[in-house]
Design a protein around this ligand. Structure first.
Ligand SMILES: [Zn+2]
Length: 256
């Protein structure tokens, strides 16, 4: 059984009742768990609600860098409350820096990430990081910080060298559909390096649909296509890749 370690099943692109449909087909889709990831206050609360009412859904709570200006002390308190009242909140995230889009203030993103990093340390939770076009800055940030409760680099999109740095920093490296794309030369090199016990698979649904379905809406069941590609890259049987990434997800997120 597969675990999709990063999905946004509450996304409005799935339409009315979309999350419920995804959840009710998990058995036939071969999915054991879905980690439902928050990216702002309302979606974090939705993740918590979905986790509370569905045994095979887990939640993370956090604010994505594009909403960095909402990371006030008051909202940090709300994230703290969400994480404390529900033991199915597995991590703080997704948080980080994203310099892909012009116009979102970099300094503000850094401060928002710092505050949520501090919250994760306080609560002894792992962190789900979103980094895009910001790996150099994130290495700088990480030089003075540790990740004793672990961390997940979601949708890894950098080089082998960067992967090496973060594996040494106690990170799990999570690959999404982007590793299946034809031009994913650097990502394949990074995946060749990442030790088997540090690999995670995710879909980031509804985004980043893997090949060969690339241009449709993404669903958690497509995590199988990511695992299949990683099995090829690592030269291990598919069933073994499924078992390994399942065990890794349970260890990274402390799912019992
Ligand atoms: Zn995401």
């Amino acid at each position: 059984m597969l675990i999709d370690s990063h999905a946004h099943i509450y996304d409005e692109q799935y339409g009315e009742g979309g999350a419920d449909k995804i959840i009710s087909s998990m058995d036939e889709d071969g999915l054991e768990y879905i980690v439902c990831v928050g990216c702002d206050l309302p979606s974090s609360q939705t993740c918590v609600d979905l986790a509370k009412s569905n045994p095979r859904i887990y939640a993370t709570v956090g604010v994505h860098p594009y909403d960095a200006d909402t990371v006030t002390d008051e909202n940090i308190q709300k994230l703290r409350d969400m994480a404390k009242v529900c033991d199915k909140v597995l991590a703080i995230g997704e948080i980080g820096m994203d310099f892909h889009r012009d116009g979102s203030d970099r300094q503000l993103q850094l401060v928002a990430m710092e505050k949520q990093y501090d919250l994760a340390r306080e609560l002894h939770l792992p962190i789900v990081f979103h980094q895009r076009d910001s790996y150099g800055e994130f290495v700088e940030f990480s030089k003075t910080r540790d990740y004793p409760d672990g961390a997940i680099m979601h949708c890894f999109s950098s080089s082998r060298e960067i992967a090496e740095y973060f594996v040494k920093k106690n990170f799990y490296i999570s690959f999404s559909g982007t590793v299946t794309y034809n031009n994913a030369v650097n990502l394949v090199r990074a995946a060749e390096y990442v030790p088997l016990d540090r690999l995670l698979v995710e879909t980031d649904s509804p985004y980043l649909t893997p090949m060969p379905k690339r241009y449709g809406l993404n669903y958690p069941k497509n995590v199988a296509l990511v695992a299949k590609r990683l099995a090829e890259i690592k030269g291990v049987p598919y069933e073994q890749m499924v078992r390994i990434t399942n065990e890794n997800a349970k260890r990274a997120f402390r799912i019992k």
